[in-house]
Design a protein around this ligand. Sequence first.
Ligand code: BES
Ligand code: ZN
Ligand code: ZN
Length: 471
Amino acid sequence: MILNIICNRDTENLDDLIKVLIISEKGEKFHLKFIGEKVIKNPSGLEYVTILADKIKNVLLVDLRDLDKEDLERLRNTGAEITRSLKKRGASKVLFGKEIFELFSVDSSRAFIEGLLLGGYEFNRYKSHVRDVKLDIYLKGEEKLEKLVAEAKTLTEATFISRDLVNTPANILYPETLAKKVYELGKEAGFSVEIYEKKVIESFGMKAFLSVAKGSEKLPRLIVMRYIGDPNSKEILGFVGKGITYDSGGYSLKRAQSMVNMKNDMGGAASVIGAMVAISKSKIKRNVIAVVAACENMISQDSYKPGDIIETMAGKTIEVLNTDCEGRLTLADALNYIIENEGVDKVITIATLTGGAMNMFGEIATPVISNNESFYKELKMSSILAGEKIWRMPTYPEFREMNLGEIADLKNVSGKAGGFITAGLFVGEFAKEIPWCHLDIAGTVMSHETKGYKKKGASGVGTKTLFYLAK
Ligand code: BES
Ligand code: ZN
Ligand code: ZN
């Protein structure tokens, strides 16, 4: 679907309009003009707003009376449902009058526009017979509306980049092609991208990362994105995204069913890449560096094996008890790299790290581990603006002790209890006491149905939260 939002254009000359009405809480009917196929036959069963169709006058009524205008999530969902409904009805052009935005605050308007845009997401580039439908949404409002539309567009495009990356299968998206894609995105959005190949990664001493990568013919890449939005400041915010472009589990092989979605094991990488695009396009006054250690976790003669002891860039040693706990190994080195070699002051790790996170909160919320109260608060505020739910988990010392190895410093799997906490704390062993938050998005990376602004498939989670954190 090609969806355009066009602001404040003179629409006097547009003819053949069908009216679409929005009912405010006072019962006033505001006109939306709806251009396109004239016949609106069936009342729609939308969940977030009531949309009624008047058969005689070809009028679409959107009843906003029960809608809490400050509930940003609801507004995003409403916007998306309206877009989807317009698409279903074959609309090609629709005009929202300025009365609608007079009902909303700035944040509400932005959320509603974001929803309208998010409702247009589709991933059908691998379908051979799909006709792209086109919908132009004209918005009329005060001048500040244009700024809101621009902001919503940047964020939505970044979310779509993240969704596309996760939805793209592993035979097409692997470390080399991911790195190329990031390079192109950086060129377009205005951040620099450096791509390190195996020899350089070896010279950095990233042995844990390379141990995971060993099993695949597809060679690893270390992708470093740098955005300097405040050259006068020495402070740098760091993002590390898990970039396993496919996770078979390795010799600790996954079951067939658990493997199906493992192209999404680079969801953390997709979030940080999307965030870098949005940050850079919005020219945020902040220095941000993002790192992705991209590789595949596969089986071959050369794979690392259960029982192996491996070294890390930081010098700590790890007993590999399960080759399917590969994410914490690549993250350990990527985190050490971003702190030691890039000099970040605060850092986020974001990863599809454990099935446990999925069992805990499903696709509803992302569990977070942090070593710093005030940094967590910043992240929490950002997540609220983004409409992405996060919740901080306890980090009792008993959990940390569970990660200690028998014959090496650490072990990469530590029993059943609090699997996503111990996994997070394992990564935290490499945070060197700088403020750090870790998001386990194994549950939230995918949506299982199309509903509101979510589309079945990748959710793009994390991109917006990280954008607001930088902002
Ligand atoms: N990539 C998986 C985690 C995952 C599971 C992501 C489901 C998305 C959806 C991770 O590498 C993994 O395999 N973790 C294991 C660890 C276990 C063997 C201790 C898990 O959580 O099942
Ligand atoms: Zn795994
Ligand atoms: Zn994994």
